[in-house]
Design a protein around this ligand. Structure first.
Ligand SMILES: Cc1cc2nc3c(=O)[nH]c(=O)nc-3n(C[C@H](O)[C@H](O)[C@H](O)COP(=O)(O)OP(=O)(O)OC[C@H]3O[C@@H](n4cnc5c(N)ncnc54)[C@H](O)[C@@H]3O)c2cc1C
Length: 478
């Protein structure tokens, strides 16, 4: 029997390989990098471990949670949560704590926030505006002043486009149901539901970094007969009628190889996949693929003396610096540090490939990160004992106004192949977290095993009872 070919050994591809190999279906996973885990991998550097930015394990889906428990067993830690926003040279607890926010912002600004919220509510009542962009959506829920303080700068750092160009449906997906009123009420009157409280105050995490879970999942698949081809970059799909027959891949020396399969799952970017079809798709499909944009991520990974801050990560809303977030892995698990006196951190920049941040040399980026941390009074440059750069292209699908039309065209095109399924975040061009990505891999595998799940509905159908604080959580879990 020809194997199922899975492109990408990230959470979605690994979940599919795990599920299929467990059911005795032969699988071959093709991965461009030299290790598994995708964006959720852990990079081992001497005795220190770095993730690709903070990767909190968070799900409302019981099956996924159980999978984490079953695979990690005692290696699944419960981690206390502390995250703050850095704005105006001050730290604000996130989720917001009213007195801390009030003292930080000051009473005059607080009155400004409330009056801006009330005037938006009155305006909405008497002349409702159409909600098209992320900005429209947030202003309608929170008022313009709060949008400017807590949403605009960080969101624009992350996405690289004005909030007026980001689709309102992104906000709807991430923070639906929340308004200034519910946010204040939830932080004053703590939600009674145990699960929401737990999500705010602690989360689960693998002892040796996010990637530990995915390395173990890959081992299970290998033990069940799954094959992994690392350092191979898939460049195209050959198809005939309604079937994909094979994929083309390049090895490290640039030599092209071809592998045939019975069914194909891909978690590599949807647009790359479609552009690599042979015979080529119609010109309008290639054009639609080119119009879907992805944002890239640069992690400046620093090993530093001491522990510079108590948070798991800090959101940096300050305009004065380019960095958007800084993660501290010692505060996820002390075993990610090489010893008690050192801390691994990642300073995170969000970029478009080829822009003024992306084009900087590694050394320049390291200097930039040191300068910006000094400016924020978080770290002295001489505390840095080791540093390196991790670049991830196409880390975030950009949910900009009008993207749906292009995505729909690609979905329709892909649907003509009955043995091909896109999975995961980049493959489905969905702003997915790990739990969603895993779920798409599991369901796509189950479709091969004879079921008929609508994998595209995972984001919508997943059991996220997003209310209260848990809602605020998801909003900035980028
Ligand atoms: C900075 C950051 C922080 C995040 N924080 C969280 C968090 O706190 N909690 C959470 O749940 N999620 C978080 N996420 C999201 C999480 O990383 C993703 O949802 C998850 O990794 C998606 O899994 P995936 O399998 O769909 O894709 P990926 O992880 O992107 O894996 C795809 C794999 O395919 C490979 N590939 C791509 N193209 C090719 C090709 N042509 N040939 C061969 N291989 C290829 C890639 O190298 C990669 O290994 C975060 C993401 C980022 C970037």
């Amino acid at each position: 029997m020809e194997p199922v070919i899975i492109i990408g050994a990230g959470p979605s591809g690994l979940a599919a390989a795990y599920e299929l190999s467990k059911n005795n279906v032969p699988v071959v996973v093709i991965e461009r990098l030299s290790q598994v885990g995708g964006l959720s991998r852990t990079i081992h550097r001497n005795k220190t471990r770095f993730d690709v930015g903070p990767h909190r394990f968070f799900t409302q889906n019981r099956e996924i949670h159980q999978l984490w428990v079953d695979i990690l067993k005692d290696d699944l830690l419960s981690v206390p949560r502390l995250t703050r926003i850095f704005y105006n040279n001050k730290f604000f607890y996130y989720p917001l704590v009213p007195m801390n926010a009030l003292f930080g912002i000051g009473p005059i600004a607080a009155v400004g926030i409330v009056s801006s919220y009330l005037s938006t509510q009155i305006q909405q009542k008497f002349s409702p505006q159409k909600t098209v962009s992320f900005e429209d959506w947030v202003v309608a829920q929170f008022g313009r002043r709060l949008f400017e303080i807590f949403f605009k700068t960080y969101t624009e750092k992350v996405w690289g486009i004005p909030c007026t160009q980001i689709g309102a449906d992104w906000a709807g997906q991430r923070i639906k149901g929340l308004s200034l009123w519910t946010a204040v009420m939830n932080s004053v009157f703590k939600p009674k539901s145990g699960i929401i409280k737990t999500l705010v105050e602690e989360f689960v995490f693998p002892r040796l970094g996010a990637g530990m879970f995915y390395e173990l999942m890959g081992k299970h698949a290998e033990q069940n007969g799954g094959k992994f081809l690392l350092n191979k970059n898939v460049t195209g799909f050959r198809h005939e009628g309604s079937k994909v027959r094979s994929v083309l891949m390049q090895n490290e020396e640039g030599k092209t190889e071809e592998i045939e399969g019975s069914a194909f799952l891909f978690s590599s970017p949807l647009s790359d996949g479609v552009i690599g079809f042979d015979p080529a798709p119609p010109a309008e499909i290639i054009e639609a693929a080119r119009r879907l944009r992805y944002r890239s991520h640069i992690g400046v990974d620093l090993e530093v003396e001491g522990n510079p801050f108590p948070d798991n990560w800090i959101y940096v809303h300050a305009k004065e610096v380019n960095l958007a977030r800084v993660a501290n892995y010692r505060n996820f698990s002390k075993e990610m540090a090489s010893n008690d006196s050192k801390t691994p951190i990642t300073v995170e920049y969000f970029t478009f490939k080829g822009d003024h941040i992306w084009n900087r040399q590694d050394e320049e980026l390291i200097e930039l990160a040191k300068e910006e941390l000094l400016k924020m009074n978080i770290l002295q440059p001489e505390q840095v004992v080791d540093s390196f750069i991790v670049r991830n292209e196409k880390a975030y699908p950009v949910i900009e106004i009008g993207y749906e039309k292009n995505l729909e065209a690609l979905k329709q095109y892909i649907a003509r192949f009955d043995n091909l399924q896109p999975i995961g975040r980049s493959g489905m061009f969905k702003y997915n977290n790990m739990d969603h990505a895993i779920m798409t891999g599991l369901l796509a595998a189950r479709n091969i095993l004879g079921n008929s799940y609508d994998v595209w509905s995972v984001n919508i159908d997943a059991d996220y009872h997003e209310a209260g604080d848990a809602l605020q959580e998801r909003q900035t879990q980028l």
